[in-house]
Write a protein that binds this ligand. Sequence first.
Ligand SMILES: [Zn+2]
Length: 235
Amino acid sequence: MKVLVIGGMHGNETLGLNVVKLFNDNKVINVDTLLANEQAIEADCRFVGQDLNRSFPGNINSKDYEPKRAAQILKLTKKYDLVLDFHNTFCPNNDCSFIGENANQELSDISWVLGLDKIIVADYDCINKAASNCLSIEVSMSSPLNNAELWYDRILTLSRAESFTIRSDVKKFRFVYRMTLKDKDRLELDKRDLKAFQPMDVKIAKAMGLSSPAYPIFIGDSFTPYNYGGVLNEL
Ligand SMILES: [Zn+2]
């Protein structure tokens, strides 16, 4: 299958940049690469004007960098069977993948084959919502999966496959809430021992208007200091 590997959707997340570099230095038939937010990569920051991964489907006529870039990237994704978009988080044990609501069925199997058994359906204006062939890969900085060579090998194997006959056993979630800094102060979330993918206290979830079990992710991630994390429900 024809694969596009995206690094630097967020300019300061290094795994994708390293995976892209490996494929650029060791080219493989059927695998192309893209550095997404080139200005943010240059400046070693998440974004320059606005979060690129909240800017889809974008606007090709925009004068602003990220909305225009999102439209360019989305157009490119249509040439591929599969798009893999890499991200990092400082929150430990947070390895997972993201898809959009209308994602191709086989993305679940691909996530499983790649070693990610938790999939989150995201409905904010990320690339996954706009591109049904895009699987975003989220890897904790402290994870053994935060290793570009490992992903090079796995993507190489994947690019040689035509289809999958495996039966995946992924756990699916929906992204339902962003914990704000206000929530953090109001509910003293930093004292609640929240852990990624471990159900939070029912009362705390209720105080944020969420049904249980509610699973926190991206807790206190210094990549996104302007909020305190995300919350999932099971699908
Ligand atoms: Zn990211």
